[in-house]
Design a protein around this ligand. Sequence first.
Ligand SMILES: Nc1ncnc2c1ncn2[C@@H]1O[C@H](COP(=O)(O)OP(=O)(O)OP(=O)(O)O)[C@@H](O)[C@H]1O
Length: 248
Amino acid sequence: MATDTERLTEAAVRVSGLVRRFGERPGRTVLDHLDLSIAPGEFVALLGRSGSGKSTLLRALAGLDYDVAGSGSIEVPGRVSVVFQDSRLLPWRRVLDNVLLGLDGREVVAGGRAALAEVGLAGRERAWPVELSGGEQQRAALARSLVREPELLLADEPFGALDALTRIRMHGLLRELCRRHGPAVLLVTHDVDEAIVLADRVLVLDAGRIAVDQPIHLPQPRSHRDPRFLEYRFQLLTALGVEEETAA
Ligand SMILES: Nc1ncnc2c1ncn2[C@@H]1O[C@H](COP(=O)(O)OP(=O)(O)OP(=O)(O)O)[C@@H](O)[C@H]1O
């Protein structure tokens, strides 16, 4: 029998027949025999209408869905980091202590400082979270994830609460950090453009399954004005049920 490590050599994530239900029996089926695989280092964005189950899938991959009815198999690597829409920094800990939370040893301090420098927060190690802007708090959250050198980064609307300009800056930063650290990424987003700008592959979740699996064949950095970008946008908006005239 193959070991966990052997089985994961070709895929960072392998999900098979995943079912998740909520409510009293028989309950509402949110994920319905969903299959998904993500290669090591691949950046995948997950779109879907509100309530389609994107966060449910992400929580399942993160192992955060205790007490949920369901079945199916999930294989993920040993080192998984999660970033949410809010930074979830502990307000009573300084920024560097937040980044190092749960890590031991003197050498991790240097790693934490380096991670903060990578996200543009050098010099803010001793700041309190409340002293950071929303974008800076998300940068700190990214540093906290990356210092753990994850093989899989799960991100649930990490830029959803940021203004448009900060968002664009964060896109560049995330792309660069992923290029350097090479985790597989699953990014949940409502923003079709964000998905096309960042991802190697865009998925659309519908009726409990992956309804669209679209590789994005565009060089980085990607321009919204590229006609191929517009084609991907049109196609994905249509898959999301946005009126064709609006999508056009
Ligand atoms: N713990 C829970 N208990 C009951 N129902 C839940 C629970 N978690 C999620 N649901 C339901 O499952 C469905 C999918 O929720 P989920 O948060 O995964 O959707 P989503 O695609 O991430 O939505 P959004 O884009 O609005 O964030 C929703 O109808 C939601 O109400």
